[in-house]
Write a protein that binds this ligand. Structure first.
Ligand code: OGA
Ligand code: NI
Length: 371
């Protein structure tokens, strides 16, 4: 890791993921020009395009009421909710959480500062462009190839914990409450993430602090704020390419009104209907490994629309960089042999970041044991 000093005089380590990403145009700027024709690099092949001909799906992603999970452990209501959670993790890899305890006023503020940042001029935003080899800042981090298809969206990504990874130079100073708000929001989301992981452990009959232990002393948290401007031809483009998340769990705040996130299930793309102030939680590749495939990370993508800008804020809760990731021993037996090799978290990030987002290929190629 290369040590640097940021402008407030604190040192941070640039893990240097080993790639330089290809700089791409801001989609916000592109959308402002209201192009009659979409540039070729955004136009997807026919099999990738969002289809509007599909009948609306009858399936909906399960909703979990966190308050019910705080009831005494022998309460029927809690047991029922734990059952819904278990099924959601096994069948969907996705669920929405309501009554998670994060104050709505803080969520409003978080969305507010994220939107304010994206509304700054391009020159101002470019002051926060990633440093060579780093994956933090304003700009698209997954463009690794000059010919790759581009997503119809801009993003801001930042490391939140541990402190050694935080590069405050890239935390916007405008709006002035950006940093405080992001810090408060991080603290709250971290609590929800830890609670969810202890519920996973309980459902899997592991020790309640199993994941807490495995995520180590210094869990790594990052945020990715996605801004999807309106697109004149939403039928031809994707806001975010199909991918599974590479970390532990993701807690996503999607827009309260505008649909956009879709999960891949039974060969269908199923929209996740917004519930105001809910968090969309999904299993990342590392929890799939740690649960020996009982919980699966699921492919998802974002689509765009003609009229409205959509903002989403994804918080990724991951083990520390040095931590070893492996299937839990208690989830391996003769009938359920280990499906994944062991690896250091950091090795997987390097591998994941060097590729364009591409469904679940990273996990399959990196860690899956072929029989
Ligand atoms: C992500 C993601 C979905 C969305 O950031 O990993 O899947 O709706 N976002 O923006
Ligand atoms: Ni994702």
């Amino acid at each position: 890791m290369a040590a640097s000093v940021n402008h407030v005089g604190e040192s941070f380590s640039n893990p240097n993921w080993g790639n330089d990403f290809v700089a791409v145009e801001s989609v916000q700027e592109l959308a402002l020009k209201k192009p009659n024709e979409i540039p070729q690099r955004y136009i997807r092949s026919e099999d990738e395009r969002p289809s509007s001909t599909l009948l609306p799906s009858l399936l909906t992603v399960p909703v979990i009421d966190m308050e019910k999970l705080l009831l005494p452990s022998d309460s029927n209501e809690r047991q029922k909710e734990m059952g819904i959670l278990s099924k959601a993790c096994k069948d969907w890899g996705f669920f929405q959480v309501v009554n998670h305890g994060i104050p709505h006023s803080l969520i409003d503020r978080m969305r507010g500062v994220a939107n304010e940042f994206f509304s700054l001029s391009l020159d101002e935003k470019k002051m926060y462009a990633p440093q060579p080899g780093d994956a933090q800042g304003y700009g698209n981090m997954f463009v690794v190839d000059e010919d790759q298809k581009l997503d119809w969206g801009d993003l801001m990504a930042l490391a939140l914990t541990p402190k050694t990874l935080v590069n405050l130079t890239l935390w916007p100073s405008t709006p002035s409450d950006y940093r405080n708000t992001l810090e408060s929001y991080t603290t709250q989301v971290e609590k929800v993430a830890q609670m969810i992981l202890s519920l996973f452990a309980e459902n899997l009959q592991l020790k309640n602090d199993y994941f807490k232990e495995k995520f180590g002393e210094d869990p790594m948290m990052t945020v990715r704020m996605n801004l999807y401007p309106p697109c004149p031809r939403p039928d031809l483009v994707l806001g975010l390419s199909p991918h599974s998340d590479g970390g532990g769990i993701t807690l996503l705040l999607q827009d309260d009104q505008i649909e956009g996130l879709q999960v891949h299930k039974n060969n269908e793309w199923i929209p996740i209907q917004p519930i105001p102030y809910a968090l969309v939680v999904n299993i990342g590749d590392l929890i799939e490994v740690m649960t020996n495939g009982i919980y699966k990370s699921i492919e998802h993508r974002a689509v765009t629309n003609k009229e409205k800008t959509r903002l989403s804020i994804a918080m990724f809760y991951n083990p520390g960089l040095e931590d070893e990731v492996a299937p839990a021993r208690n989830l391996i037996d003769e009938e359920h042999p280990s499906l994944y090799k062991n690896f250091k978290h950091q090795e997987y990030i390097r591998y994941y970041m060097a590729k364009q987002l591409n469904g679940k290929k990273s996990l399959a190629n990196f860690a899956k044991i072929c029989e």
